[in-house]
Design a protein around this ligand. Structure first.
Ligand SMILES: [Ca+2]
Ligand SMILES: [Ca+2]
Ligand SMILES: [Zn+2]
Ligand SMILES: [Zn+2]
Length: 585
């Protein structure tokens, strides 16, 4: 505790120039009675929806004139001296109780007071959503339509601000950004830049720790949505999309005042900036005391990206801070909410395969295990079929997980798996590598004295490299190599190309539905042990081949015929790039 005090005092002045009087850590005022409860309800949008976006930029010019109490009630209309008899207050109270899973009494009971005094985010729970009638189904939990707010408002153009503030405040470009955002979307660019502003560092964590936490927080969103986030500490501030900073009380030229230790811990602006209350005891992810800065940062980034509060157990977008084990992840509801705004991550992939290996279990029995991998450029994801998601923390670089093969753009992987053979190959360009699973690296020389990499034409006579895709068919004991519009077959037992090949892909793998076929230049051919089926990948789509099982139910289907295309993102969820600045954490 002492440590905190000393540090915050030391950094106070350089951190926040807009503070007039330095102050020691203050305790936030708790909700105790009807008056403070009413303040709470109006501040967080329960009495009346709050125009949250407008409280930021427009009010900045009055920053030093507004008394905090006035500001908090400014949106709530008249203030009744006897809220208990005010039906508006009782309605708001009931609404709050219902969504917070409390007994709906309409009275300010102890449980309700306790709920109001829990640490929470400063973004109101109920905001004004323009166009809410236009799209009632989708606006329920989201501020999706906020992006069109400014353009739809006659008088909504940015108000003239005093020059004095133009240089100071951090949110100048917010209106511009909103106007640029297309209808129904939020951020229109794919790469967002973020920065910790110099005067806004936390007094409690080291700069390295803070930046590390924010990098993870951005990365967690990036892992489930198509946007990339890049830390940018050099461009002019106006080119930085999301600025993060800590402050106490009146802070960082913001219109909202922080309330001291307790209650509000942070707030964020749609398509804008994030402020953390430096009077809170924020901690790094490894520490379980205090408030996890990572959890709060992930939540606030959610607001910046366009999400409102989601009153749902497990969601990171719940308004209250809920302490839990350090290894938290985004909930299904968070993923779906953000993908509703930005779409889901899509292909293409360089190669996709199940990596099958034999292992001995504790009873000495041989078991066969496999993992599914997706490769793209220099990265790979492990896919958990059982959970239908990628492993937490993926992607990682190919070079860190697969040693001795090219670091990027692998053309194909093949596992030759017969009674006598158990061999793993990677292909790129005209060359191929053999992978040593025991030592987890590519062979430079195998037990037969063959050195690697080798020419494909040398190891697979009759097969010209480079190839687009390949897979091993266990039924026919052939490798099928795909190149342009053709498919080659290679007999692994006789070690030669099968006569009468190459053939046209469309002849060996005909379309079930006319003209619904990848045709040429496949990305990947993937036999999935989870689905017991072959998939051909191209771009954002895949075509599943007719399996033995399919033919049992419908014998008229030709074997290996291709069912109509489907989106890869509908079968394998959230295989998302992250920006290279976030790859190595
Ligand atoms: Ca606070
Ligand atoms: Ca490929
Ligand atoms: Zn929030
Ligand atoms: Zn602020």
């Amino acid at each position: 505790m002492m440590f905190r005090f000393v540090n915050s005092e030391k950094l106070f002045h350089m951190r926040d120039h807009s503070d007039i009087e330095p102050s020691n850590i203050q305790q936030a005022q708790l909700v105790t009675d009807f008056v403070s409860a009413q303040l709470f309800l109006s501040k967080y949008g329960w009495a009346e929806n709050v125009m949250w976006e407008d409280t930021n930029t427009k009010d900045n010019e009055h920053l030093q004139d507004i008394h905090p109490m006035e500001e908090a009630t400014a949106n709530s209309g008249k203030r009744s001296p006897e809220p208990t008899k005010n039906p508006h207050f009782i309605e708001a109270l009931k609404k709050f109780q219902k969504l917070n899973n409390l007994k709906v009494t309409g009275r300010l009971d102890d449980a309700t007071i306790t709920a109001m005094n829990r640490p929470r985010c400063g973004v109101p729970d109920n905001q004004v959503l323009k166009n809410i009638q236009e799209r009632p189904s989708k606006t329920e939990n989201m501020s999706k339509t906020n992006s069109t707010k400014i353009t739809n408002q006659v008088d909504g153009a940015p108000k003239k601000r005093s020059k004095r503030f133009l240089d100071q405040i951090m949110f100048l470009d917010k209106y511009k950004k909103e106007q640029e955002a297309p209808r129904g979307k939020v951020f229109s660019k794919k790469l967002l830049k973020w920065r910790m502003i110099g005067e806004g560092y936390s007094s409690q964590l080291s700069v390295t720790e803070q930046r590390y936490v924010f990098r993870i927080a951005f990365r967690m969103w990036s892992e489930v949505m198509p946007l990339d986030f890049e830390e940018d500490n050099t461009s002019p501030l106006s080119q930085v999309d999301i600025k993060l900073g800590f402050g106490r009380g009146r802070h960082l030229g913001c219109s909202r005042e922080f309330d001291g230790s307790g209650q509000e811990f942070a707030h964020a602006w749609f398509l804008g900036d994030i402020h953390f209350d430096d009077d809170e005891h924020f901690t790094a992810p490894s520490n379980d005391n205090g408030i996890s800065l990572l959890k709060v940062a992930v939540h606030e980034i959610g607001h910046v990206l366009g999400l409102s509060h989601i009153h749902r157990t497990g969601s990171i977008m719940q308004p209250n801070y809920i302490p839990q084990e350090s290894g938290f992840e985004l909930d299904w509801s968070d993923r779906k909410a953000i993908q509703n705004l930005y779409g889901s991550c899509e292909g293409p992939f360089d190669t996709v395969f199940d990596f099958v290996r034999k292992e001995r279990n504790q009873y000495g029995e041989t078991t066969v295990r496999y993992n599914t991998y997706f490769f793209r450029n220099g990265w790979y994801w492990m896919y958990e079929n059982r959970n239908n998601r990628t492993r937490y923390g993926d992607p990682i670089t190919i070079s860190s997980g697969w040693h001795g093969i090219p670091a990027e753009k692998i053309d194909a992987f093949v596992h030759v798996w017969t009674w006598t053979k158990d061999i793993y190959y990677f292909f790129k360009g005209t060359l191929y590598w053999r992978y040593d699973t025991e030592n987890d690296k590519a062979f430079s020389e195998d037990s037969q004295g063959k050195t690697y990499p080798r020419l494909i034409s040398q190891g697979f006579p009759g097969i010209p490299g480079p190839i687009d895709a390949a897979y091993f068919d266990r039924r026919t004991q052939r490798i099928y190599f795909f190149k342009d519009s053709q498919v080659f077959a290679f007999d692994v037992n006789r070690n030669h190309a099968v006569p009468n090949f190459p053939k046209k892909i469309v002849d060996v793998f005909p379309a079930v539905a006319r003209n619904n076929h990848p045709g040429t230049n496949l990305d990947a051919a993937y036999y999935s042990y989870s689905h017991k089926a072959l998939f051909l990948f191209k771009g954002k789509h895949f075509w599943r081949a007719v399996s033995d099982q399919d033919r049992q139910t419908n014998p008229a289907l030709p074997l290996n015929a291709l069912f109509p295309q489907q989106a890869i993102s509908e079968q394998w969820f959230d295989i998302c790039n992250v920006h290279s600045s976030l790859l190595k954490l």
